[in-house]
Design a protein around this ligand. Sequence first.
Ligand SMILES: C[S@@+](CC[C@H](N)C(=O)[O-])C[C@H]1O[C@@H](n2cnc3c(N)ncnc32)[C@H](O)[C@@H]1O
Length: 358
Amino acid sequence: MISVDGISGDDFAGAGLRRLGTLPQHDLLTLAGDWLGELAPWRNTGSLAAISTSLSAESVLASLFVFGEPVAEADARAGVPGPLLDLLLRARVLSEESGKLSADYCLVRGDGMSLLAAWRAAGRDTGSYAPWVGTDSMTLSRLVAARRRARTALDLGCGTGILGLSAARNGADVVSVDVNPECLAAATFNAHLNGLGDRLTAVEGDIMSLALDSRFDLVVSNPPCLPLRRGSLGWLAGEAGLDGLEFFWELLRRVPDLLTEDGEALLQAAAYGDERGPFFVPELEAELRRLKVSGRLLLRPSTPPRWPAFAPRDENQQLTGVLGDEVREYVTSIGATHYYGFVLSVRSGDGLEVGRFQ
Ligand SMILES: C[S@@+](CC[C@H](N)C(=O)[O-])C[C@H]1O[C@@H](n2cnc3c(N)ncnc32)[C@H](O)[C@@H]1O
């Protein structure tokens, strides 16, 4: 598992880490295409050939981080500068077995940045599931990138660090919090990978029991929001209660104490509803009133109610097993027919405005 213990900013800079950022990478938009059955980079023999005739260091690194192919350590040492290879081994993003090196993480391009992420982000279920980065991360990252005035930012549940790094690229000093040390190490690594190592501070913390006494111009969070009872999967996956909103409500309650006077919070999650919109709007209005803040709710186009991807299904695609039964009963009991992804912007003021992503 990745670790940045004992690796200094000078170590990162001296290793020429930014070279990784020039590699062809898993592009999240390409990946969206892959899910639709189109060509992904590793299936495209043209791009593979183009890469394998490029500089040998790039070819070794691309084999490892883009194609997920192990490389003989001797070949890697012949091509890749020693300090870079040593740093990657020291940070345990590369592992060695029987004289072969392999990458435990892939490289993705996220909104103009290069990010080390779990292979699952490149459509492969190997190794760790954290730090995940997906199209949800990209949407929020773009909203963060448009907030150019923030001097300080807080990213809660930072994963790869993408959201905080988006703010850091605009000059913000960022505190990135996650409960998972693997994500904190990845966020730190990714900050250095993008030349932003001095702008990001990674802090271990739990959103549900946050103890921060600073205020920030921008607070951003893409928290766990799987609509499953917390703890039901038995591993740190991102369950957020049967309505998927437990982390969202907790974050909303904390936001007023975390924002500067003109600050803004961007919170992403998803909620059940019907064709008229999500059910939680009246409760949200009341909570915003109680907290004395205003909200702008941007809704994505709705999808059918979200079923747990992990629950077994029968031949008719009906959920089976305890997990499935519990969620199906819940969704039926509340009469949900739609499921809306959303981003809520919170500022000082009052009232709730509801709009849609264009
Ligand atoms: C949906 S991912 C979002 C990651 C990243 N912000 C992004 O947008 O790509 C949620 C993140 O929250 C973290 N997380 C889960 N439970 C948490 C908790 N109780 N406190 C803080 N972070 C948590 C996970 O480790 C994961 O990195």
